[in-house]
Design a protein around this ligand. Structure first.
Ligand code: DAH
Length: 325
């Protein structure tokens, strides 16, 4: 009897400390299998005196039932745990951030260009383009820019030949458009221009937007209104525009245009009333037609608007800079 009780105690101890189903299976074989410990106790039955057999038999049977039940209980517990563990391994943790891909965005200058195009288009202007490789006639002569003008110097411009160069401004698009179309017209022309400059406020390649409006009886008021409207929409409702007398060969009178930003006036573009000689060169009658023109630097606008100090930032492709805009 003590032997049976000891067997049960040992079995329960082993069952309790089992942590996986295969260990439990081995325990089952050890005690309950064909050659197991309980089974061999049963075989001892026949060696006992007749009157002791029923009691011993019942005792061993009871031990067998206890061990069987404990094994089954433990098995259930373990398989529940194993299932849970497996589910946890398979589970997707939705709290982990996904692999995000940045899709990038338009370069700050492209954004400014589109913003300006939208503003002028809403005022009735049309976007036209011209070639970056120009001839000296469109780039200078037709724009009333004489031989002696410093912009024509080989030191200031990029020449391919005597007569072919990278355009130094978008103004030749004025000539190309007028030669192709009859007035009235209202155009803007964005694009790259080239000069032999390189410092913190000048690049050898930069971006301008030309504007040209031709109609009857156009005055400086039309020019100022148009530029003020643009300034308000780019720099804010409170911005003001100031025209300062200046000189350009292709306009008369000519102005530098400043915009009031905070409490300082900042120069943002050149403008003026189209010079009669320019109309003549483009085949328009200056007695009949009048107009205004302007040319603005997109880098300049962006620098004023966002307080960018070094123009070279636009072409450095530093992602830290570009991400700010
Ligand atoms: N083309 C000039 C430049 O690049 C800018 C300019 C000034 C354009 C006056 C104009 C204008 O159309 O009227 O410096």
């Amino acid at each position: 009897m003590d032997e049976v009780q000891k067997l049960v105690d040992d079995a329960l101890k082993e069952i309790n400390s089992a942590t996986d189903s295969s260990t439990l299976n081995n325990i089952r074989i050890k005690y309950l299998g064909k050659k197991g410990l309980i089974t061999s106790l049963m075989k001892k039955l026949k060696d006992l005196p007749q009157e002791e057999r029923p009691k011993f038999g019942a005792h061993v049977n009871n031990a067998k039932n206890i061990i069987t039940q404990k094994i089954n209980e433990k098995l259930e517990e373990i398989s529940e745990k194993e299932k849970k563990k497996k589910y946890e391994e398979l589970a997707v943790d939705i709290s982990i951030p996904g692999a995000r891909r940045d899709i990038g965005h338009l370069h700050i200058l492209t954004q400014i260009q589109k913003e300006l195009e939208d503003i002028f288009i809403s005022m009735g202007f049309e976007v036209v383009e011209g070639p970056e490789v120009e001839d000296t006639w469109h780039n200078f002569d037709a724009l009333n820019t004489p031989d002696w003008h410093p912009a024509r110097d080989i030191q200031d411009s990029f020449y391919f030949t005597d007569k072919i160069l990278l355009r130094t401004h978008t103004s030749p698009v004025q000539i190309r458009t007028m030669l192709q179309r009859k007035p009235p017209l209202a155009i803007i022309s964005p694009g790259r221009v080239y000069r032999r400059d390189y410092d913190s406020t000048h690049l050898p390649m930069f971006t301008q937007m030309e504007g040209l409006f031709v109609d009857k009886n156009v005055t400086i008021k039309h020019l100022k209104y148009t530029l003020e409207e643009m300034a308000k929409r780019i720099f804010g409702e409170n911005s003001k525009v100031r025209l300062r007398p200046s000189f350009f060969p292709f306009t008369e009178p000519s102005y530098e245009v400043d915009v009031l930003f905070g409490d300082t006036w900042l120069e943002i573009l050149g403008a003026g009333m189209v010079d009669p000689n320019v109309f003549k060169n483009a085949g328009y009658d200056p007695e009949e037609w009048s107009g205004f023109a302007f040319g603005l630097g997109l880098e300049r606008i962006a620098m004023v608007k966002y307080g960018i100090k070094d123009i070279r930032d636009f072409i450095r492709n530093d992602i830290k800079f570009l991400e700010n805009y």
